[in-house]
Write a protein that binds this ligand. Structure first.
Ligand SMILES: C[S@@+](CC[C@H](N)C(=O)[O-])C[C@H]1O[C@@H](n2cnc3c(N)ncnc32)[C@H](O)[C@@H]1O
Length: 257
């Protein structure tokens, strides 16, 4: 099971990772997510593991003034930042709630047209309990979309990292297998129908510094390897102009009739 660590919740590390994806990514993750969510004006949307609002903020624009966004995260600092941004952008339709997703059934009530969990569902410790809670929060005719890494996510940077230690890349961890091995079967057992989507987003780095910044904000980071990584990245860019690692994303659209 995945323990929540600094790089999973820390607001600054999260912002740095998002900036990297925006700067070096080839495609836009949000565009892909929203294409599968069919959000329209006036809807109530629940955003689970919202962080600083990468999806909540644009979703607020999609649902408009008559819609509502309920943004949930375990980390109050990220919620405070989201709330400040919502005020600055005049998006009063965003409300935040601090909750562990494992306690969603106690902290969030009502029915939602759309529920989203982007890169957060694999932090849960009680999958059946949480999926049942989510299922009961989706209104009839509504949907739950969740996405995150798939098995071979970021294989290239993992090979680089473990190569510095002269080790093989270990088998995929809990977060890289959760959606395929746990999320899909639970969806199948609880929802009326579902579809699985895949998305590949190459991140292209053109300098050792850019590559280092990404690695050091990612949960692969290992302080004891810091100097070696910098040297390895410099050596790599002496002979190459680009380092590419591919974000391999899997998304599940679960429908309740
Ligand atoms: C990788 S970020 C994803 C943020 C945003 N949804 C995105 O796609 O950029 C994961 C978020 O899940 C939150 N989180 C982690 N474990 C959680 C839990 N057990 N309950 C609620 N939120 C959690 C973290 O605080 C963090 O904001």
């Amino acid at each position: 099971m995945l323990e929540i660590g600094k790089f999973d919740s820390d607001t600054d590390a999260l912002k740095q990772r998002i900036n990297t994806h925006d700067k070096f990514g080839t495609y836009d993750l949000n565009e892909w997510i929203f294409n599968h969510m069919d959000v329209v004006q006036g809807q109530r949307v629940l955003d689970l593991g919202c962080g600083t609002g990468k999806q909540s903020l644009p979703l607020a624009k999609l649902v408009g003034e008559k819609g509502q966004i309920f943004s949930v995260d375990i980390w109050q600092k990220s919620l405070d930042e989201l709330q400040q941004t919502a005020i600055r952008l005049a998006l009063p339709q965003i409300q935040t709630t601090q909750s562990d997703l494992d306690e969603l059934d106690q902290n969030v009530k009502g029915e939602f047209d759309r529920i989203l969990s982007s890169y957060s569902i694999y932090y849960i410790k009680k999958p059946l309990h949480v999926f049942q809670a989510i299922h009961s929060l989706v209104r009839s005719g509504g949907l739950f979309f969740f996405c995150g890494p798939s098995r071979f996510n970021n294989l290239e940077i993992k090979q680089f990292h473990y190569g510095l230690r002269k080790e093989e890349v270990p088998p995929p961890n809990w977060s890289d297998t959760f959606i395929e091995d746990i999320g899909v079967p639970l969806t199948q057992s609880l929802f009326n129908s579902f579809e699985v989507f895949r998305f590949e987003n190459p991140l292209r780095f053109d300098s050792a510094d850019g590559l280092y910044k990404y690695w050091s904000s990612y949960n692969l980071y290992d302080e004891s390897l810091d100097e070696k990584f910098k040297q390895g990245a410099n050596a790599y860019f002496e002979n190459n102009s680009v380092f590419t690692t591919v974000k391999r994303v899997i998304g599940v659209k679960a429908m309740k009739s």
